[in-house]
Design a protein around this ligand. Structure first.
Ligand SMILES: [Zn+2]
Length: 319
């Protein structure tokens, strides 16, 4: 998601700024100390790091900055799922090329957000074919208004758009794998896809699955909480007890982890819905602290944002 980087940056800035009042206070009470104090330089942005987990059968999960990458390597070349931000394309390509003897043949985008599609141009330049749901290409070509955060995302360069799109399903036969691409309607967005490698028993859920944290749901792009729960149900039908599941964000997971997330989201939805049904407005629902037992799932989406997203998803209204 484009907003995610700025939110993370905001969170990092908040931590940094959190120290600022103390520094200002001590400067006021002890001027000599403040004068002698060396000039503080702005903290450098943390170096980009790409963690690799081997999943067997030539498959890997790569975790860096942005959505988790899925990678299949083998005699046919590389098959990549999502490619993070444009600014990290170089190290992502270096990593893929160190693992794959052949060229990158296909890149599948799980949805249109920039932390999953930003590397498309660099991938395209290597000769890879970019594939995604019809609505991914459509959304990348227009300005997207985000009413929740009050900001807009400009159209991306046509060089970043998928060149092959699909409406429901696609099947690839690549690296001795049967790879199912399945569209999950109105879930995280209106253009999500989940990808299942049958023989390797590896499932990439895209941002239909945030593991261990509240999810973002792009209601402005026709996503919905109900659709996200349905998408998780689709994933749960495909998965077995030993399936390795790559979430869009968060650590590698099992079917049990995904079931827990699905049940949590269903509980959140039903709690908010029962309040709406009795006529409560958004602020009353927020004040009632009905998600106090899920505080531990707060990350860049905190409890209040989760309630706003759920309320809007259920009513169609911002408040
Ligand atoms: Zn996303």
């Amino acid at each position: 998601m484009n907003f995610k980087s700025s939110l993370l940056l905001a969170a990092i800035s908040a931590v940094i700024l959190g120290c600022a009042p103390q520094a200002a206070e001590s400067a006021q009470t002890d001027k000599s100390a403040a004068v002698e104090k060396p000039v503080e330089t702005k903290p450098a942005e943390p170096a980009y790091k790409l963690d690799r987990t081997e999943l067997g059968n030539g498959l890997y999960m790569l975790v860096g900055s942005g959505g988790n990458i899925g990678l299949s390597t083998g005699s046919d070349g590389a098959f990549v799922i999502d490619d993070q931000y444009a600014k990290f394309s170089k190290p992502v390509l270096v990593e893929i090329n160190s693992l794959s003897e052949g060229p990158i043949r296909f890149v599948v985008n799980t949805h249109y957000h920039g932390d999953h599609t930003g590397g498309n141009e660099a991938m395209n330049e290597t000769g890879a074919l970019i594939i995604a749901h019809d609505n991914v290409r459509a959304r990348m070509g227009v300005t997207t208004e985000n009413l929740l955060w009050g900001r807009a995302t400009e159209p991306t360069d046509p060089k970043t758009w998928p060149t092959v799109t699909f409406s429901q399903t696609m099947t690839f036969h690549f690296n001795d794998q049967t790879i199912d691409i399945i569209h999950t309607p109105t879930a995280h967005t209106d253009g999500d896809a989940i990808i299942y490698f049958r023989e390797a028993d590896v499932l990439h859920m895209g941002d239909n699955f945030f593991n261990g944290m509240f999810p973002y749901i792009d209601v402005d792009a026709k996503g919905s909480l109900a659709g996200m729960i349905k998408a998780l149900d689709t994933g749960l039908m495909l998965a077995g007890e030993n399936t390795k599941i790559i979430p869009g964000h968060g650590p590698l997971s099992s079917k049990a982890d995904m079931q827990l997330t699905r049940d949590t989201l269903a509980t959140i939805q039903s709690r908010v819905k029962s309040r709406i049904d009795t006529g409560e407005n958004l602020q009353t629902i927020i004040d009632a602290k009905i998600l106090h037992d899920y505080e531990h799932l707060s990350s860049f989406i905190d409890v209040e944002s989760m309630l706003k997203i759920t309320y809007r998803s259920l009513t169609g209204h911002l408040e």
